[in-house]
Design a binder for this molecule. Structure first.
Ligand SMILES: [Zn+2]
Length: 326
């Protein structure tokens, strides 16, 4: 490969995305000397020697992996680092979740990480700056993943929870322990429904509260139901629920768009409340960033074809990109 190409490469793939000039690994699951962490979900973190992330992500990362060296990058505050200008923007996915804008004199790259455009009760709403190169997380890159309006899903959730409580049973909502668990808690408590949280969710909620997110009236679940209170647990919680008596299980996940989800998760109801952009939001994100070229991660390859059909220069990014420069 000619040297001039090497000099202009913005990123390369080394079993994951790396910003070439800065030697900065992005969302790696294996330990790196220098890494950017878009958010603190388990599939985006490792015990890095040095991590760049928002202050909220740093708090959640350190809660999960213990005290570690980090460079706090508050939203919209440019940082000159490793020959690049780096700026984080809210990603709307969970507390602290960030997109990363990397710029040099010639070009700019926006890495979305996990994101959603719509509103959230516990995460700052996504902001997408323009970039020449867009690396987009496209989990729901299929046309059948068009989510119903959030208001409609929330009304369904509140109605189900109220019906269950009025019926003398316990509503048990299954939600990821970081992000969705706190989001559902905030939504329910704002409706006047107090929440008992599984201890793992409760522990993460303490970090949210320390970061200034008020989750309303909630307590740690000790295994006993309290009349009038909803229970929020992580997915696949079994034993803890035995002493609860009659209960109704409700999963909240974008995957609920697939009617089989309810059976797969062994719940009574599955509601499509998502922390990821749906199919239409992915296209909207692309329109807002107006990039020259798009690289898609974590999604179906068919999404790349749909972008190409719409006239974009789109390419998949993943295993097959190993060793290449971009
Ligand atoms: Zn995530």
């Amino acid at each position: 490969m000619p040297t001039c190409r090497l000099a202009s490469a913005m990123f390369h793939w080394d079993n994951g995305l790396k910003l070439t000039k800065a030697g900065l690994a992005i969302d790696f699951r294996r330990r790196q000397p220098r890494a950017f962490i878009s958010h603190a979900h388990a599939d985006h973190i490792a015990r890095h020697e040095y991590a760049l992330c928002t202050p909220e992500t740093a708090a959640l990362y350190q809660y999960r992996l213990g005290p570690r060296p980090t460079l706090p990058m508050p939203y919209r505050t440019p940082n000159q680092w490793g020959g690049l200008r780096l700026t984080t923007f809210p990603a709307g996915h969970c507390l602290g979740s960030a997109m990363l804008l990397a710029e040099d004199d010639q070009q700019s790259l926006l890495y979305t990480g996990d994101f959603k455009l719509g509103e959230s009760a516990t995460a700052a709403q996504a902001e997408l700056p323009h970039a020449d190169i867009l690396v987009i997380e496209s989990t729901f890159g299929r046309p059948d993943y068009r989510l119903p309006p959030r208001r409609q899903v929330l009304d369904q959730l509140f109605a189900l929870v109220r019906e269950t409580l009025n019926d003398g049973a316990v509503p048990v909502i299954q939600a990821y322990m970081l992000g969705k668990g706190q989001e559902v808690t905030r939504l329910l408590t704002a409706e006047g429904i107090p929440v008992l949280q599984h201890r793992d969710i409760f522990a993460v909620s303490q970090v949210y509260e320390a970061c200034g997110v008020d989750l309303g009236r909630y307590e740690c679940f000790t295994g006993k139901a309290v009349p009038g209170w909803a229970v929020v647990v992580p997915p696949r919680t079994g034993g803890t629920l035995e002493g609860l008596g009659r209960h109704v299980r409700i999963a909240v996940t974008g995957w609920a768009m697939d009617p089989r989800t309810k059976y797969r998760l062994k719940v009574d109801h599955a509601l499509p409340l998502s922390d990821h952009a749906d199919y239409d939001e992915l296209f909207e994100a692309v329109a807002r960033v107006a990039p020259r070229v798009i690289y898609c991660t974590h999604g179906p390859e068919s999404f790349v074809d749909r972008l190409r059909d719409a006239g974009h220069d789109a390419r998949p990014l993943g295993r097959s990109s190993q060793g290449r420069l971009f």
